[in-house]
Design a protein around this ligand. Structure first.
Ligand code: GLN
Length: 194
């Protein structure tokens, strides 16, 4: 079975572990660089990107993830995880001075949907899925721009909410909080093939 780690500093860790196991993966928690060894993929969960960046800093976990990704470890980031993977953040002040993973060639704005729409649900048409995927958005980042090489897999309210780039998958919503785990299966299957 493919070995998938879940970054376990903070956030929706247990839900991702369950979703990945139901998608056929062998799952381990990652809190230190050594725990990245031998992983085919890593999930970077939702939660609070500033907290995760701060907790990762003493052990240099973000640069270690970046290096392992460059050596072939696939990444799947959800919500805060997408923020940590993004190459550009429009409101980066809160994350300044902290390493992030980077590499995903998108521009995001944290908490971009604003107070009125802090949390909402939608049913998404996703490229490659036959029927709509239920999606929960919680203080989600807005994807303001995607660069060449990034495929948009799903949109909500006219904006990208699921994207794919070589070796990377990211969603601004929380696919681990709904019982429909097709996006986790998609990730696990893409890792096996890589
Ligand atoms: N707003 C959070 C952040 O900036 C992300 C919210 C989430 O992951 N549900 O990190």
């Amino acid at each position: 079975a493919p070995r998938i780690g879940v970054l376990s500093l903070q956030g929706a860790v247990a839900e991702h572990e369950r979703a990945l196991r139901s998608a056929g993966a062998e799952v381990t928690k990652v809190r230190r660089p050594a725990e990245l060894e031998g992983l085919h993929g890593l999930v970077v969960p939702g939660g609070e990107s500033t907290t995760m960046a701060r907790l990762a800093s003493p052990v240099n976990l973000m640069p270690a993830i970046r290096e392992r990704h460059q050596e072939g470890m696939a990444l799947f980031g959800t919500c805060a995880g997408m923020i940590l993977m993004a190459n550009e953040i429009t409101d980066a002040e809160a994350l300044e001075g902290f390493d992030r993973i980077t590499g995903l060639d998108v521009v995001v704005r944290r908490n971009g949907y604003g107070s009125q729409l802090d949390s909402f649900e939608d049913n998404l048409e996703v490229t490659g899925l036959e029927t709509p995927l239920p999606a929960v958005f919680i203080r989600a980042p807005i994807v303001e721009d995607v660069r060449a090489g990034v495929d948009v897999l799903a949109e909500a309210q006219g904006r990208p909410v699921a994207v794919r780039q070589e070796g990377m998958l990211a969603a601004s919503f929380h696919p681990e909080l709904t019982p429909d785990h097709r996006l986790h299966r998609y990730f696990v299957d893409s890792v096996v093939g890589s």
